[in-house]
Design a protein around this ligand. Structure first.
Ligand code: BG6
Length: 491
């Protein structure tokens, strides 16, 4: 890539820019994945001076001896402006043109990548302004990386989509779900389709349930104001876990191209039943969903103790739901999605639980079931829970569950796994949309969740209040009633 590239970050003074975006850009520069002519512009409303901005927003960058941090930060400039100030966008565009004009062999042409990390209230204004002022001259590309939320239901997504697609082509829109850039999720197609041992058993004939779990040992910690308008289903389940589900359950695409992957994902989503709340069981359990909310436990404050959360909020910080997939491969296999903040640990994993071994004369009833676990974080790993004969000279053979473990740290010693945002920036800069979210899949994703979310918003069912770090009471019974057995320990 020799053409100059300008990366503009809208919302540059925010948390995401500090924790993820600037460190990701630094790593990409360190590994020489971005062009030498690289201009990074932070756009924000507050009129901070550049050294202050860099000090604060680039504090999290881990400097590598191969690439001095100051070389990276010298590429950054800050542009202060309001999101509704036409004139500010015009000045920004002029400064980009000026930069492009000074680059050797660029003929005044450059590529432009706009990252929108802004609240929904100003999203439309930014898209409009980029379309009006910020397009690259002919010969260069203009691409937008957009962070969730992509609306809050089918209707609001349709409006948002109307807005973006009236200004930009689908090929210019890179809707980002950073879970699609996580190494273990990226490995699912290889695991399924490059190994002969998995695909033949990847169906209702051998699989009892699939469990997708996300837990965080953090609460909202003073940022509950935003979370309260969203809830855990919109925050995690409808996007991050649903994307992992798509890779686990889709039929093999005919090619690993963005277009074919989207076809396979959409076709899968079309076969998933729409969720409705259903009747309550007197606890947090309803027909389609189980809802919880963490409360104070020891020193850990509860959700309602967060000053930014409205008093008495019933917003779920924990939820579980079971998706039914109506295809020949999956009919009858429950896909259990569970997500919670304020839990005992930070973990995200996908667990495929196999049916029991049928009785056979030699083994009798084995009593243990195999599980294939994909641990997305922490400590990326793939492992299989199998059964082995316990070593020893005994009269009877004793069998016990053992773990066949493939931890990334051991298997790929010294490999650089990087952060999901690095891959997403890189793929966007390369124009590869295969890891981004298409409008077609979002229409389907919202179709599945919208009736349920509307009922939760309107009926405000009471979630089960559970102490920080513990599962809500009734969750395991609710899950068991849906045909899912959860192993007591996580491995
Ligand atoms: C974000 C959610 O999309 O993902 C956050 O809005 C959540 O609530 C975060 O904490 C988790 O991301 P990761 O990469 O830390 O697992």
């Amino acid at each position: 890539m020799s053409m100059p590239l300008t990366v503009v970050i809208f919302g540059a003074t925010g948390d995401l820019a500090k924790k993820k975006l600037f460190p990701a850009l630094y790593q990409l520069c360190l590994h020489k994945h971005l062009p030498r002519s690289l201009d990074i512009v932070g756009y924000g409303r507050s009129d901070v001076n550049l050294p202050e901005f860099i000090n604060k927003q680039c504090a999290g960058i881990k400097e590598d001896p191969q690439y001095a941090k100051h070389l990276f930060t010298s590429r950054i400039r800050f542009h202060a402006g309001g999101y509704d100030e036409d004139e500010s966008y015009a000045r920004l565009a002029a400064s980009i043109c000026e930069y492009e004009a000074t680059q050797p062999a660029a003929n005044g042409i450059g590529n432009r990548l706009y990252f929108l990390s802004v609240p929904p209230s100003v999203f439309g204004a930014v898209v409009d302004a980029v379309s009006k002022h910020g397009r690259a001259p002919a010969g260069g590309f203009t691409r937008l990386m957009i962070e969730k939320p992509f609306g809050r239901d089918s209707g609001t997504f349709a409006e948002l989509n109307q807005l973006t697609s009236s200004c930009f082509r689908e090929s210019q829109l890179f809707r980002l779900d950073h879970y699609l850039g996580k190494e273990v999720i990226l490995n699912i197609p290889t695991l399924r389709w490059a190994n002969q041992i998995f695909e033949p058993v990847w169906s209702r004939q051998y699989i009892e349930s699939v469990q997708l779990t996300f837990k965080e040992d953090l609460g909202t910690a003073g940022r509950g104001g935003y979370f309260d308008s969203v809830g855990i289903i919109r925050d995690i389940i409808q996007n991050h876990l649903l994307q992992a589900f798509m890779w686990l359950a889709m039929e093999p695409p005919t090619a690993m191209s963005a277009a074919e992957i989207v076809k396979a994902k959409v076709s899968l989503l079309r076969s998933v039943s729409t969720l409705y709340l259903g009747d309550g069981d007197g606890g947090g359990g309803f027909g389609s969903v189980f809802l919880g909310q963490y409360s104070r436990h020891g020193d850990e404050p509860g959700y309602l103790d967060d000053k930014t959360v409205p008093a008495g909020s019933t917003c779920p910080t924990f939820a579980a739901c079971v998706l039914e997939v109506n295809t020949a491969r999956w009919r009858g296999v429950p896909f259990l999605f569970t997500a919670g903040k304020g839990m005992d640990e930070r973990v995200c994993e996908l667990r495929v639980r196999f049916k029991p071994q049928p009785h056979n004369a030699m083994m009798g009833i084995v009593g243990h079931q195999n599980e294939l676990v994909m641990r997305i974080q922490p400590d990326e790993a793939l492992y299989i829970i199998s059964v082995a004969k316990e070593p020893g000279i005994t009269a009877e053979q004793v069998r016990k569950p053992v773990v066949m473990d493939m931890s990334y740290a051991q298997q790929f010693t010294g490999a650089y796994l990087g952060d999901a945002y690095e891959r997403m920036f890189l793929n966007c800069a390369r124009g590869d949309q295969s890891l981004f979210v298409s409008e077609a899949e979002l229409f389907e994703a919202w179709r599945i969740f919208t009736p349920l979310l509307h009922e939760i918003d309107e009926r405000r069912p009471q979630p089960v209040r559970h102490p920080f770090g513990l599962y809500p009471r009734g969750y395991h019974e609710w899950v068991a009633a849906r045909g899912v057995t959860i192993r007591e320990t996580w491995n």
